[in-house]
Design a binder for this molecule. Structure first.
Ligand code: ADE
Length: 227
């Protein structure tokens, strides 16, 4: 999978792409991520990529020209399955969307900033707007990183233990069960006996039961949406 990220702040991605699972996915060539600085596509000598909103009001609006130059350049180089805009008023990103997006070959992610992007960018180029939650970030970069990470971990082969990503919370519509490691007894706080029993069937039953209990207690809305 190839992800092209269109941003005013490409340097924000360095640490995230160079660490942990994302670094592994990129090194093993399961994933290619390219960041592009929108300012490189301005014609203005001050590399201005935003301007005042028509009609007035507070804040600046990202201009269409540099964004369209960059999008059209990328589109001339390869086919894209989708172009996503990160915006707080987008559709809610979730595990289901991550699973579907991870099947795509080439996608672009445009990071919105300031008051937003000129609406004509949405009209002309954007397949879907995505939000990572009901709060406003300073820009779409952190959202793009969240989405890139969520996609990378479910690409087959990226995570060593192939069952590990499948047992993530939300993958089966339930939160995941609690996990424990050594020591079995920490200051009298013991790991549940069943996990030390070696009985796979009992462990599977316990795990499912914990998932159901935890989901009922913390996210009953998920149980309502099953079926
Ligand atoms: N940009 C600003 N806030 C955002 C959010 N919650 N999700 C996606 N992009 C954003």
């Amino acid at each position: 999978m190839r992800i092209d990220i269109l941003t005013l702040f490409p340097e924000m991605f360095d640490g995230v792409l160079g660490s942990s699972i994302l670094k592994r996915a990129i090194n093993k060539q399961f994933l290619e991520v390219h960041t592009h600085d929108i300012r490189d596509y301005t014609t203005d000598k001050h590399r201005k990529a935003d301007d005042y909103p028509f009609g007035g009001g507070a804040g600046m609006v990202m201009m269409i020209e540099p964004i369209s130059r960059l999008i059209e350049k990328l589109k001339s180089e390869r086919e894209y399955d989708a172009i996503y805009l990160m915006a707080p008023d987008g559709q809610q990103f979730n595990q289901q969307k991550a699973n579907a997006m991870s099947m795509l070959n080439n996608i672009m992610i445009l990071c919105g900033h300031y008051k937003g992007v000129d609406e004509r960018v949405r009209d002309l180029y954007i397949t879907e707007d995505l939000s990572i939650g009901d709060y406003v970030l300073s820009g779409g970069e952190l959202a793009a990183m969240v989405i890139t990470d969520a996609l990378a971990r479910i690409i087959p082969g990226v995570i060593g233990d192939s069952t590990s990503a499948l047992s993530d919370s939300f993958q089966d519509g339930l939160l995941s069960a609690p996990v424990y490691t050594r020591p079995a007894d920490f200051r009298g706080h013991r790991v549940p006996d069943v996990l030390l029993s070696g009985n796979d069937k009992l462990i599977a039953e316990w795990t499912l039961n914990q998932q159901l209990e935890r989901t009922k207690a913390r996210r009953p809305d998920l149980l309502g949406s099953q079926e």
